[in-house]
Design a protein around this ligand. Sequence first.
Ligand SMILES: [Zn+2]
Length: 278
Amino acid sequence: MPELPEIQAHAERLDASFASTALERFTPIAFTALKTATPGPDAAYGKELVFVGRRGKHLLLDFGEVTFVVHLMQGGRLKPDEKQSAKPRFGQARWRFADGRALLLTEAGTERKAGVWVVAGDPEEQAPLLGLGPEADTIDKSSLRQLLQDHPMRLHGFLRDQHIIAGMGRLLANEVCHRARLSPFANTAKLDSDDATQLTEAIHVCINEGLAFERGLDAMSSSADRPAHVHNRIGEPCPECGDTVRSVEYTRYTVAYCATCQTGGKVLADNTTSKFLK
Ligand SMILES: [Zn+2]
């Protein structure tokens, strides 16, 4: 799933290309794409795109009176629509602009979770942004320490919870834990001030690395290409210490970690056995 760096760089790309262009029409192609009834997307017709921004893992297309909030979820993409065909492959929704160009929201796979919300007024006060935590890229140590204490849980789950901190997903959770040399299963309430310092720095470094990579591309990267030390590197040597990157597998995601760097050599096993461990 695209996370903060991918969404941020993509927002910048779309902003550079489409800002100040008036919207002609919005067409939901799949009936599940548009998640809101009022206001209607026609409230933005004839209005110029003020900017494309980001909040958490959402893209914001701000037309002044109304904002389109787009969540790409796992397989969604929002790209310039060169062909503008009647039935585009994986097509979910299309924004057609007055200059003849268009943006197409696609979603590969069968989950059909990507979506568009049209909101009037402050998008922060309404679904799907209402209740999101502070942005991961700007969080400071004291705020993070408070959040850690307020939400006693496993660190990996904490980092992925958008209502606690917004913008990180599976890749960044794995990378941040590794960079901070903390166990993904560490209890957040037990982390001390030094841990919070390492964690804050790790969050910022990992996000900045992702941003630097992503800003160098013409289009959003795929997960396998993103810079990572442990994510998608299971079975490979840890770039820090040479130990084998291990995993704990869950139905919907994989926790990747280095035992030497993060758990004092302890191999984690949680309701499952890693296929890479004998
Ligand atoms: Zn290591």
